[in-house]
Design a protein around this ligand. Structure first.
Ligand code: R5P
Length: 322
């Protein structure tokens, strides 16, 4: 890939450093380090040693666990770049923490996804590039442009290589559109299936039934987030009970708040495919875990933002198995 122009600086936050370096390799560009000082009371000071005056700045970041710590670090760093006269600050936010608090599910609740949007804007972000927002409507919480990229293109590239045919399953009603898009990209010729899930509390859900035919079919349960794993493991069990053969789990954001052992040791589950939107370096020893890198995809998107070219062209390239 041709070197990007010199009015661009790319940073990687500490928890996104590995992905940022991969993007840097793809773009043939060094990733500029983020300097960080932590004070005795836990306060942080983040800044760049390199000038950003009048430059377009990309920050590869994610606000996964610890969410509040990572969010605050990002806001402080954006503020430092704004005050250092960066021309345009673009957050390449591979995982948007608090995206699930996107509405008042009941009285007196906050809408924290909107609060995060406000904070990013006030800090100085001029644009956000993200992937598989829990709810695409979060784009409208911002008054700056948001590219909510579609992770299906990364998954379809991988799944197209497999000989097995699959039925794509959404683990809840909310993910049906996402599942259908993946199914269409894979041209499965099969109808999707949907798990009828009812959320009974934070991180607790109950399965009411399965809509669609999975008997004697290989299935891919496709979700945006695996947090505790409860939703998707219950879904896998329900599908197996309905006669599904091979069960593969695919999700863009693997938080694995309760560890990966529950997947590794579960006989029903054949494989778990995730992206590197969150760093899983410490989990590489698990046999059932397969991580897909989004470095090339994001590198192309960063390049398109620099060249003012179209993201749709990148999708087209991926649809043809780039
Ligand atoms: C919820 O609507 C999301 O799409 C995920 O299904 C959910 O966040 C997964 O959470 P957990 O793994 O804790 O069940």
């Amino acid at each position: 890939m041709k070197k990007v122009d010199d009015n661009v600086v790319i940073f990687g936050m500490e928890n996104s450093k590995k992905l940022a370096d991969e993007i840097g390799q793809f773009l043939n560009r060094e990733i500029t380090p983020v300097q960080k000082i932590t004070f005795a009371d836990g306060e942080q000071l983040l800044y760049s040693d390199t000038t950003v005056r009048n430059k377009t700045v990309f920050i590869v970041c994610n606000t996964s666990k610890p969410v509040n710590e990572n969010l605050m670090s990002l806001l402080i760093f954006i503020d430092s770049l704004k005050r250092a006269s960066a021309k345009r600050i673009i957050c390449v936010m591979t995982y948007y923490g608090y995206a699930r608090q996107d509405r008042k599910a009941s009285g007196r609740q906050p809408i924290t996804a909107k609060l995060v949007a406000d904070l990013l804007e006030v800090a100085g972000a001029a644009k956000v590039i993200t992937i598989d927002l829990h709810n695409p409507s979060i784009q409208g919480f911002f008054n700056i442009p948001v590219d909510d990229l579609r992770g299906q293109f990364i998954f379809s590239n991988e799944l197209r290589k497999r000989e097995d045919k699959f039925v794509i399953v959404s683990p809840d009603h909310g993910g049906a559109v996402r599942a259908r898009q993946l199914s269409e990209l894979l041209n499965t010729g099969e109808q999707i299936a949907i798990i009828d899930k009812r959320r009974t509390g934070p991180n607790v859900s109950e399965i009411m039934g399965v809509l669609g035919n999975v008997k004697d079919k290989n299935v891919i349960i496709y979700d945006d987030i695996i947090d505790t794993g409860g939703t998707i493991i219950h879904a896998a069990e329900a599908l197996k009970a309905q006669g599904a053969k091979k069960v593969i789990i695919a999700a863009t954001h693997g938080l694995f708040s309760k560890g990966f052992e529950m997947f590794e040791n579960n006989e029903i589950i054949d494989e778990v495919i995730i992206t590197n939107s969150i760093d899983h370096s410490s989990m590489s020893h698990f046999k059932k875990l397969r991580e897909l890198s989004m470095a090339q995809f994001l590198g192309m998107v960063i390049q398109a933002n620099i060249n003012n070219s179209s993201i749709t062209e990148i999708y087209d390239a991926y649809s043809h198995g780039n």
